[in-house]
Design a protein around this ligand. Structure first.
Ligand code: NAP
Length: 357
């Protein structure tokens, strides 16, 4: 445990976080959840990871979101989380909602690449349990659609784990509205509810507004949105330069999104946040929660300071019509910078000549 003292959770941990019902299920999620995609790999200091998880839980964040391939390297976020869980959080297991996923590239060969086969979904699930030291997860997701695997097979794998009690709830991520309707129907025929959908959504990526959000809601499916800060763009950090410790400095595809037009939108949104007395990150998070159909907004944080700033969004979740209008003027009609609708339909795999179906 390094030099950190043993963990005793704060008595005040449920004092200020709102919890929202996930679709038509009995499950409630915190308005802000924490994801372990980028900042919990072996390249990140374990003490910082532990401090982030402790601080989040002390402030009412009961939901931690993982996937088989979070790291780097793949699997390391689950392993690190499992270690911290064992050392700090086991007395609180029943206060936690832990999710994981499979669907993207994970291990070599035909069974561990991008796909939705039963073989992959079940084997990956068992690996995830081992890495995290768990005997069940709260939510298991199909991480992305696979156009070459019958949806019945992928949903059948989720249904099997649900019926075995190994996944208390099941979900889908990066699926479009049409595939979501099909997933709901297939799972229903197995007697299994689709509880949650995880798409990306932010002021700079509004693709779920026309169809997916309504489809989820009509079918009793909750929506948890990821990358609500658009990889950190919805903060002031990129207004002058690309800081050396930032995600854009590390990842080229993120850096490529930093066009002049996007910087212009970020500046305008920053003015709006300032007028509301919030940081831009806080306003961006509050904005994703303005619609009650959104169960939770799923943040990433690299430092405890970022986490605290982001959780400060809860102090002002209300928007006037004029503020919403102003945000629309700045963002609506602009291209979504990190959304690939082709991915939500599986078309990216259909089009990839290197992809082995
Ligand atoms: N289902 C999927 O396909 C999928 C895909 C992506 C993510 N997710 C989930 O969603 C979670 C969140 O995604 P994300 O990390 O992209 O979310 P995000 O909140 O949009 O971005 C997080 C990054 O923004 C910066 N940041 C965070 N809080 C900040 C603050 N208050 N002020 C300034 N900068 C701040 C940090 O970047 P710097 O490191 O640059 O400082 C941080 O690493 C993931 O961990 C994962 O659980 C799911």
């Amino acid at each position: 445990m390094g030099h950190m003292p043993p963990f005793a959770a704060a008595d005040t941990r449920y004092a200020s976080m709102p919890y929202r019902r996930c679709g038509r299920s009995g499950l409630k999620l915190p308005a802000i959840s924490l994801g372990l995609w980028q900042n919990f790999g072996d390249i990140n200091p374990l003490d910082t990871q532990r401090s982030l998880l402790r601080r989040a839980f002390d402030r009412g964040v009961t939901h931690f979101d993982l996937a088989n391939n979070y790291g780097p390297p793949f699997g390391s976020a689950e392993t690190n989380f499992g270690r911290i869980l064992k050392e700090d959080f086991l007395p609180y297991r029943d206060e936690l909602i832990i999710s994981t996923k499979a669907g993207w590239d994970m291990w070599p060969g035909p069974y561990g690449g991008m796909n939705g086969s039963k073989k992959y979904m079940i084997a990956s699930f068992d690996q995830s349990l081992k890495r995290m030291g768990l005997d069940y997860v709260d939510i298991y997701y199909s991480h992305r659609p696979d156009p070459f695997t019958p949806l019945e097979e992928t949903m059948g794998a989720l249904a099997l784990l649900y019926k075995q009690g190994k996944a208390l709830y099941v979900g889908i991520s990066n699926y479009n509205a049409e595939l979501t309707k099909q997933a709901v129907a297939i799972l229903k025929s197995e007697g299994v509810p689709l509880t949650i959908s995880q798409p990306n959504y932010s002021l700079l990526d509004r693709w779920i507004e026309p169809d997916l959000l309504g489809t989820n809601s009509d079918n009793g499916v909750g929506t948890i949105v990821f990358s609500p800060l658009a990889q950190g763009f919805l903060s002031t950090k990129y207004l002058k330069e690309v800081p050396g410790d930032s995600r854009a400095a590390r990842l080229e595809w993120v850096r490529n999104g930093l066009t002049e037009a996007t910087i212009g939108r970020i500046k305008a949104l920053n003015g709006l946040a300032h007028a509301r007395g919030q940081s831009l990150a806080q306003m961006a998070l509050a904005w994703t929660l303005r619609d009650e159909r959104i169960t939770s907004t799923l943040i990433g944080a690299r430092t405890v300071e970022q986490l605290d700033d982001s959780l400060g969004a809860l102090a002002n979740l209300a928007f006037s019509a004029a503020e919403l209008d102003a945000a629309d003027q700045i963002t609506r009609g602009d291209p979504d910078i990190f959304t690939a609708p082709a991915k939500a339909n599986g078309d990216d795999l259909r089009a990839d000549p290197d992809y082995r179906a």
